[in-house]
Design a protein around this ligand. Structure first.
Ligand SMILES: [Zn+2]
Length: 369
């Protein structure tokens, strides 16, 4: 067991198992982040110079087609703003949403009012709930950390499938370097294309046959990139982007409803990040976000440390409502849920993984670069 230590510059600590500190107690996470921000600034400037070029290329690619690009929408600020920017610049996106049964009500309203006012077609894929529930329960029974892997993987699959269906080459993501910030410690989540891991865990703990759940493997990523020639674009990096200003704009123009924390447009994600992750696994994702704010000078380190002492749930009554809701929807009893919460973590790799394939392909790609 390593002694507990927290970085003297940010608020990352030894819950990130690969954290290292220099002689001043400064960690590798904020050091890497600061270095990356320097590089990112140059890259963002370069992107913005080539914005018109990108937009014309996307338009040209869409000629004669129903759409020219896909924008995945979650109801969150980043993807909503990416959708707005796409339309503002004359693109004809198809908005794609994955409904896995956990959408917060305001997320659904946000998506509806955005596509309505922008005049954009929306494709919503409603996931087969029995399959999704069985997959999620398998991940619970396996005691692996990244239950959100299922949703993240299915979302990728859906975006790429829709792009391939309409013969489109561009998927615009709301991901952006300016606000995403620090790396998530590798032990806090898992490789997102790991279909082998999903299948193995489901085979061992699941009981409902998986027939329609969208999946995205390492081989799929190759197929879509090299055969279908589909590119994922971090669209917001092509624009000056300030999340607070974007939010204000969306509220004013689209009646957008804000939500308290990042990625909380799904009730499950809110409960997973605010309750399961910190209490069962000991990982608090706020640490990464707050560290980013501290290091970039937007928050005092002391204030961040104080916030981390408080529960990730701003409202204890909400926490209890979410707990009951999640338990009942998945079919836990009070007792079986408590058993789950006290069972030790099992690494994803214990069930088998295709991450080795990705590592191998990346190594080969580096040689030929
Ligand atoms: Zn640090």
């Amino acid at each position: 067991m390593v002694d507990y230590q927290v970085c003297t510059r940010c608020v990352m600590d030894t819950t990130a198992s690969d954290i290292v500190f220099d002689e001043n107690g400064v960690c590798n996470y904020c050091t890497t982040y600061l270095k990356r921000m320097e590089d990112a600034q140059a890259q963002i400037i370069d992107h913005q110079l080539h914005r018109d070029e990108l937009i014309s290329t996307i338009k040209a690619d869409g000629r004669g087609k129903d759409y020219d690009c896909i924008v995945g929408v979650s109801g969150g600020v980043d993807s909503s703003y990416a959708l707005y920017l796409a339309v503002k610049h004359g693109l004809h996106p198809l908005a794609v949403h994955l409904d896995n049964g956990w959408d917060a009500e305001f997320a659904v309203q946000n998506i509806a009012s955005m596509v309505d006012k922008l005049g954009v077609d929306l494709y919503t894929h409603v996931i087969d709930w029995e399959e999704n529930r069985d997959l999620q329960l398998s991940f619970f029974k396996a005691n692996v950390v990244d239950i959100e892997l299922l949703m993240d993987n299915a979302m990728l699959a859906l975006n790429y499938q829709q792009a391939a269906k309409y013969g489109l080459k561009y998927i615009l993501f709301g991901y952006n370097m300016a606000t995403e910030g620090m790396n998530i410690p590798p032990c806090w989540n898992h490789y997102k294309y790991d279909v082998y891991n999903i299948r193995k865990i489901h085979k061992r703990f699941g009981s409902v046959p998986i027939k329609t759940h969208p999946i995205f493997s390492t081989i799929d990523s190759l197929k879509y990139s090299y055969i279908n020639r589909i590119k994922g674009v971090s669209f917001l990096d092509y624009f000056p982007y300030n999340k607070f200003e974007a939010l204000e704009f969306l509220e004013k123009e689209f009646g957008y409803k804000p939500y308290p924390y990042k990625h909380y447009e799904s009730v499950f994600t809110r409960f997973y990040q605010g309750y399961i992750l910190p209490r069962k696994f000991g990982y608090d994702k706020r640490r990464v976000h707050l560290s980013t704010l501290v290091v970039s000078g937007q928050m005092d380190r002391e204030d961040a440390l104080k916030l981390l002492e408080e529960s990730p749930y701003p409202d204890p009554a909400q926490e209890e409502r979410d707990r009951i809701f999640v338990m009942e929807k998945l079919g836990f009893t009070e007792e079986s849920f408590n058993q789950y919460m006290s069972a030790p973590e099992v690494p994803h790799e214990a069930y088998g993984s295709e991450k080795w394939l990705w590592d191998l392909l990346s190594a080969v790609a580096r040689i030929f670069r």
